[in-house]
Every structure is written in structure tokens, then in C-alpha cells.
Design a protein around this ligand. Sequence first.
Ligand code: DGL
Length: 271
Amino acid sequence: MIGVLDSGFGGLTVHHALIEALPRHDFVYFGDNRNAPYGMRPPIEVLNLTCAALERLFAEGCTLVVIACNTASVVALRWIQQQWLPVRRREDGVVRNVIGIAVPTIEAATIDETHPSKVIAVFATRRTVESGVYPLEIRKRRPELAVVQQACPDLAGSIERGAPRGELRSLVERYVSEMLASAGQAPDSVILACTHYPLVADLFAAALPPRVRMIHQPEAVARSLTQYVARHPEYSAPGAGKRRFLSTGFSAEAMPLVERFWGGKLPFVEV
Ligand code: DGL
């Protein structure tokens, strides 16, 4: 059983791609809507909430969890992998792993030699930008690349509350021009490092200079997970293709939001 964890419904953009890539695997999605958004929270809160969500997914029988939230991946994943999981393993003897979505995205952005980049721009929540994980991991792989980060503090929240397209366009244009001003040159590649931004990828493409390559995070993560489960069948073997959708704050009013991220209704259960 594979768990997919996000602060809310934004991770459904990633979940959709994972299910398409691995249709026979069993999945449980967990949206921590009661505590969303994570992007403005202090790191210690993000860490505690992520561990609580992981416990819930472990209780569902997940032995592999994808943290489909950039904020939680960059703030909490390293500590969880290095410190928390080994302790959990000693407690109950169950071997589990937790993986994130930042590194697969960074690999997709840095490995493609058919599109050599000099400048990569990263758009993300404030907490993801402050973590510095994207520039750090990009430079580890490609030290010659320049990385410019742009925090978009109002964007995920505006997408979540269903702000009109015109409002979202203005926000995206503002963040793109702030990024261009601080970079001093146009980027060759752009990473939309937030679960919500695929919904406004067209607005980013329109606001950015022509011929900029956009890294599609859900696809990059799906590719990476497919390779991972092939290499590590001990964490998750193909099953009957079961799906469960859990949320800490689901209400009927949230269904339009689910439909926006997923393209249809989903049988969410409140936990
Ligand atoms: N899921 C978050 C991310 O990808 C965006 C929403 C939030 O701030 O919780 O960073």
C-alpha cells in the first residue's frame, strides 16, 4: 500500500499522475486540510504535522509514503528519513520508507542534456524558498547553474479559495516580473515547486519569456516512483488497484476544489 500525503487537496495533482503510472498498486491519499496551508507555518509545526500524517498512513498499512507536498518535503523529509524512521522501525519492527517530491523534480530539471540550462527559476511557497533545498540540491548536481527563487506567498491560498482567473493572472505576472528583476536575465528552465501551481501553469507560461522549459512536477515524481517501486518491491508490490481518500477537514463545500485538482469527484472520508 502506497500512501500519498499533502497539506490538503493540492497533492491530488501529483496523486493523479502516480495512479496513472502505477494503476495496479493500492493507494491511500491523506489531505491534512484542517491544518492547511503548511507553506506559511514554522518548520517545527510542519514537521510535527507531517509525522502525525505519516502515523495515520502507517495505521492504514502503508509501507511506502510519498510526501506530495513541497513544503513538507523540504522542511521535514531529511529528518524523518535520518532520525524518525529508524526509531519507528525499532519500535514496531516494520520496514517502511518515506520519499519526497523535491528531489525527483530537481533530477528532471538537471539531468535533461537535450535542454542545457544556465539559469533555473524556482517558484514556491515562502517556507519552501526559505528552506533553500531547491538551490542546494540543484547546485550539488550542476554547480555551474544559476538558481533564482521566487516566493509566491498568496498564490496557493488564492487557487485554493477559487479566486477568479484574472486575479490569479495578476498574481502570477507579479511574481514572474519580481523573479525576472532579481535574476537580471531570463531563465531557461522553470520549476513550479508547489502542488497548486499546475493549475496555473498556463498563466506562468504566458507570463514567462518564450521558449522557457517548464518542469512538470507530477510527471517527474510519477517517473521516479515507478523506478523506485521496480527497484524496491519490498515496499510495495502491485495489488488490486484499491484507492482510499482521507482528509482531516473534508466537507461537501470542498468538493468543487477536489474537482479542480482532480478533474472529478472523489469519495473522501473525514478522519
Ligand atoms: N502543498 C503545498 C506545497 O506544495 C502548498 C499548499 C500549502 O502551503 O500547504 O508546498
